[in-house]
Design a protein around this ligand. Structure first.
Ligand code: ADP
Length: 440
């Protein structure tokens, strides 16, 4: 039963009472009948009122229960609101704070009770207030803003990066009641983003530097190679044609020019190879050849170097089928580097070269010396470009630290591996494992 119906019933009772009273005043002779009628009317009316009252009572109880439920829900919402990990605020449309949770109060470094009634703009740094105001004005049309990044200024605290998500609270379709704000501190996210950006930037710069470096190496080597080749050509021509005409000192000088020129040419070729390998521009020229013959010929070419230092140079081949499929020129280049390094870094004893059958599909090449050895901490670095164990090595032994980097890249291109074992002062052992056929 609703209140209107109850009022209507009371009105009906009142009207009946009035009707009876009117009849009593109009015809006083029939009073006995009228009294009886009035009593009956009244008892009916009373009965109706009692029913109505009962109904009202019941409704009241239901209302009470519903009220309790609403209060419980409200409390649950309040707890969720208060203890949510993110900051929540409710403001009116002008941004005046009406409700605020614990996390938001913490972020703004001010207690909840002080926050209520304050304008949110107080916590925006001055230089961003205009943008904030404009955005606030636009909010009435937008209904929702996601992840609006802005800086917040807590009371007596440091400005921090925050993200605001705002939803409008509507009374009806076009009546805006207020705004609900979700406030998040995104300082660490921003820092991570910034770090990522700077790493990406550094990476790009490094890539660019590496690209310029290889490009420079390639251009420089080309530029140097041409005049050097003509110097070498002319000095060799002089030696061959006019050898007998020159006095011994002059011959010696021209021979020195040729030797240094060849050495320089070797370095330049190395730089060119390396820049080609770096840019994946080097292709293997694959054919079938006899590995033992190649290793023997290469070792013999270098024998005079070993003899100049009174070192032994021993070759041992232990392979049934020496035929392999690979790039013989590039393999020779790797071997020359390993054997000449072994000779270069050995003062007493000698160099031992071995060719072995590792398994059915792989062959093994080993170059072992009794030289100065390599410290353990350096073993992982020596295949890096321009790496030399002792920085005075360049002056003492020559070289620029490209040989092993090229060897490593070439061996990888051949689908093989190169490893090193060494003990300082006791010598080094370089091992190559290569597929018998690099094409399979
Ligand atoms: P380079 O010989 O031109 O300096 P490499 O790349 O061939 O360049 O070698 C890099 C460095 O590795 C050498 O400078 C040297 O320090 C070390 N190294 C290479 N081979 C040997 C070896 N057999 N014994 C000792 N050290 C070696």
């Amino acid at each position: 039963m609703n209140l209107d119906k109850f009022r209507q019933q009371i009105e009906e009772v009142r009207q009946r009472g009035q009707f009876l009273q009117n009849r009593v005043t109009q015809s006083p002779t029939f009073q006995e009948d009228l009294v009886l009628q009035a009593i009956e009317e009244l008892s009916t009316a009373l009965e109706e009122l009692r029913v109505a009252e009962e109904e009202l009572h019941q409704q009241n109880e239901q209302l009470h229960i519903a009220n309790q439920q609403v209060a419980l829900e409200r409390q649950r919402y309040q707890e969720l609101f208060d203890f949510a990990p993110d900051g929540y605020l409710v403001t009116n449309t002008e941004g005046k704070i009406l409700e605020v949770n614990q996390a938001a109060a913490q972020l703004l470094n001010i207690s909840k009770s002080f926050l209520v009634g304050k304008a949110l703009i107080n916590f925006i740094p001055e230089e961003e207030r205009r943008a904030f105001r404009n955005q606030l004005l636009e909010l009435s049309q937008m209904q929702r803003i996601q992840e609006w990044e802005i800086r917040l200024q807590p009371r007596n605290g440091n400005i921090f990066d925050a993200s605001l998500s705002v939803t409008s609270v509507l009374a009806s379709e076009d009546k805006l009641l207020g705004l609900r704000w979700l406030v998040r501190d995104i300082t660490s996210r921003k820092q991570a983003e910034e770090k990522l950006r700077s790493i990406q930037q550094e990476n790009l710069e490094l890539q660019e530097t590496a690209r310029i470096k290889t490009q420079m190496m390639s251009v420089l080597s080309h530029e140097l190679r041409t005049p050097l080749n003509s110097i070498l050509g002319f000095s060799q021509l002089l030696l061959h044609r006019y050898y007998n005409l020159f006095p011994p000192e002059l011959r010696d000088m021209i021979e020195r020019i040729t030797r240094s020129g060849k050495h320089l040419l070797g370095l330049i070729e190395n730089m060119l190879d390396f820049s080609k390998l770096e840019r994946d521009r080097l292709q293997l020229n694959i054919q079938e050849f006899n590995l033992v013959e190649l290793v023997t010929a290469t070792t013999e070419e270098l024998r005079c170097l070993a003899e100049q230092k009174n070192l032994t140079l021993v070759l041992h081949a232990n392979i049934e089928n020496p035929i392999v499929v690979n790039d013989s020129v590039r393999l020779r280049q790797v071997l020359v580097n390993l054997v000449s390094n072994a000779i270069k870094f050995t003062d007493t004893g000698g160099v031992f070269v071995e060719v072995d059958q590792h398994n059915q599909d792989q062959v093994m090449l080993m170059v072992k010396d009794t030289g100065i050895g390599i410290p353990e901490s350096e073993l992982t670095h020596i295949f890096q470009e321009f790496w030399q164990v002792d920085k005075s090595t360049t002056r003492k032994y020559g070289g620029i630290g490209l040989g092993l980097a090229i060897a490593d890249k070439l061996v990888r291109l051949m689908n093989g591996t190169i490893t090193v074992e060494s003990n300082l002062g006791e010598g080094s052992t370089f091992r190559l494992l290569l597929p018998r056929n690099v094409e399979t």
